[in-house]
Structure formats: C-alpha cells, structure tokens
Design a protein. Sequence first.
Length: 131
Amino acid sequence: FDQAEATLNEARAHLEAQGGNDALIGAAISLSLPALAHRGDWHAYDQHVALAAELLERTGMSNEDIARPLRQAGDLARQSNEFERASGAYALARRQYDSLGDRHTTGELDAILAALPATAEHPAPEGPDDI
C-alpha cells in the first residue's frame, strides 16, 4: 500500500502542477483511499473521500478502475468498524458502478450499505433511492 500511495501522490502532484485534470486527480485520490484506510489515517481518508466525491461528480468520471479501490476502501473501513467511513466509500463506488451500468455490483453494494450499522450521520437506507 505504501508504494502505491507514494506513486499516486506523485502523479497527483504532477497533475496539479500542470494545471490539473480534475477527472484524473479525482481518480488518483480515489485510488489512494485503500492505503489510507489500511493505515488508519482517518483524517486524510475523510478529506480524500470528500474531494474524490466532488471531483468525480463534477467531471462525470466513471471507471471500473476507480470503483474497485473505492469498494476496497469501504471494505477496509468496515473491517476497522469505521462504518460511516465505509458508507462514504461504498456510496462512491456504487455511483461509479451505477454509471457504468453494472447492476449486479450496484445491487451488491446496496446490500452492503443496507447491512451497515446505522449511525446518526448515515441512517440505514430504506431503498436504492436513499443511497
């Protein structure tokens, strides 16, 4: 994880220095989330999730290579009992898979999100429109 994160941080810095391609910066941020979750750097994780969500939404960037690490970050956060954080990453992954038309994986993520313990910030969803 450490080497991957270092490489992604270099790529992100290069993109930002060149005036930035927000879609690619959003992708690089998304790809670094599993390393942050693995390390338990929740402050950076929270910042990265928020920025990735903003950039991916604004640019409309979707790709399975972005969705997979978002799901992995959710898995790692869930394994650490960081359920709100897992929910954020899973929701981003779900949006990626939904925009790619992958109904099977979208359904899997709906089930995972519904099974997460509810928190004050993220009440349990009642259906797909609540995710």
